[in-house]
Design a protein around this ligand. Structure first.
Ligand SMILES: *[C@@H]1O[C@H](CO)[C@@H](O)[C@H](O)[C@H]1NC(C)=O
Ligand SMILES: *[C@@H]1O[C@H](CO)[C@@H](O)[C@H](O)[C@H]1NC(C)=O
Length: 393
């Protein structure tokens, strides 16, 4: 801006200075006889001057507008640079939970940093309102009963959720769990669950839900004397494989540890436990205390969605099982990442038991022959089950 003002002034000065050398303006202001050629000359000089003035002010305007554009760009750049660090306009408790913290002992070669960033799902910061709501509580007090909201936030992509500095709501009384192994097939005491988040307020209600109309996730899963009692016990030659038949495909005792993705109420892990195989079950609490139920049976549950990277090291698990949950509701690209992740955690020779995989006809084409694949048509949709082995090379 300053440079242009200087330029403008120089131009003005030039016209003022150069004018009189050819044309004495002072003399022209005297009442002398008008010489038409002189007048014309003056006229054209004036016009020239006016034209130059208007061009200069055009330049002024253009420069002013590009100047404000640059300022706006710089401000935007500063804002976007600052965002991940300072958390912008987020409440303090959110910043404490998600912002980086300086290491008290300084630079750590193990981390390659002198800062520690608390891990939270990258999408947490995309939903600032939900994040602020989730982190609104009395520090040191009781957490809000917001399980439904929190799980929805997690499923939307804020996974893992940030940690909080509050206690979950406590129960009035707590009854000791049923001893193992009876716990595997005993409906737990109602006191093991805080029921606020669920439509049902007791296990009896959840067991009876099986006979009620309406849709619920894993509707018959809490009835341990119903369908659960027979799941994976028999190979029906079509979609159902029996656990014993699957274990028999390997030398005895070599399938020892594994994972059941979306394992409902944990019956797969219970059946495996009876065969000395330790299975970790991931499950959501979709209008039912699935995680509490699995834990009460004496099995390990993890409240984790299928979107998250599996928290296991590569080449470690003997078996991964998944029924229903891995199917065409998952975006293709994410499903591909999930299948690679399962491959990663399985040891060489490990088994991937894809149980009742749901898909539409054309999607089946992506699977090659040479695997045990059974198909059962249901309307225009297909289910299939497969037992896949990770190559040993
Ligand atoms: C000087 O310019 C004015 C308008 O700009 C015009 O009306 C007038 O005729 C011109 N005079 C001469 C002598 O060219
Ligand atoms: C499980 O392990 C126990 C003790 O090691 C053993 O007695 C039992 O026979 C095993 N059960 C099966 C089904 O392999």
């Amino acid at each position: 801006m300053a440079a242009l003002l200087l330029l403008t002034n120089l131009l003005t000065f030039y016209f003022l200075a150069s004018g009189p050398s050819r044309l004495d303006l002072r003399r022209l202001s005297l009442p002398i006889a008008w010489d038409t050629s002189l007048l014309a000359h003056l006229n054209s000089t004036r016009a020239h001057l006016a034209d130059t003035h208007s061009r200069v002010s055009d330049l002024h305007r253009q420069l002013a507008s590009s100047d404000s554009l640059v300022k706006a760009l710089l401000a935007e750049l500063a804002r976007s640079r600052g965002r991940p660090q300072d958390g912008g306009d987020l409440p303090d408790e959110v910043k404490l939970a998600v912002a980086p913290h300086k290491l008290p002992l300084g630079y750590s070669p193990r981390m390659g940093s002198d800062m520690l960033h608390p891990p939270v799902g990258v999408a947490c910061l995309r939903f600032k309102e939900e994040l602020a709501q989730y982190m609104s509580y009395e520090v040191g007090g009781e957490c809000p009963v917001d399980d439904v909201f929190a799980q929805r936030f997690l499923l939307k992509g804020c996974e893992p959720l940030p940690r909080r500095r509050c206690h979950p709501k406590s129960r009035a009384k707590y009854v000791e769990p049923t001893p193992f192994p009876q716990s595997l097939w005993t409906t737990p005491h109602d006191s093991s669950v805080v029921w606020d988040a669920y439509t049902c307020k007791s296990y009896k209600c959840l067991v009876d839900r099986n006979k009620q109309p309406g849709y619920f996730d894993c509707k018959d899963c809490f009835d341990l004397q119903g369908r659960e009692k027979h799941r994976w016990m028999y190979d029906n030659g079509i979609l159902d494989y029996g656990i014993d038949q699957v274990l028999a495909t390997r030398p005895p005792g070599t399938i020892r540890i594994g994972l059941d993705i979306g394992g409902g109420s944990g019956t797969f892990a219970a059946r495996m436990r009876e065969r000395n195989v330790t299975i970790v079950t991931t499950t959501m609490n979709l209008d039912g205390p699935f995680n509490s139920f699995i834990a009460s049976r004496g099995l390990i549950s993890m409240h984790m969605s299928v979107s998250q990277r599996l928290p296991f090291f590569e080449n470690t698990l003997d078996i991964v099982h998944s029924m229903h949950v891995l199917s065409n509701w998952i975006p293709d690209t994410m499903l591909e990442f999930t299948l690679y992740d399962i491959y990663r955690v399985l040891r060489p020779g490990g088994l991937f038991w894809l149980d009742h995989f749901f898909c539409e006809g054309p999607q089946l084409n992506t699977w090659n022959a040479g695997r045990k694949v059974d198909r059962g048509p249901q309307k225009n949709e297909w289910y299939f089950s497969a037992l896949l082995e990770k190559p040993r090379t």
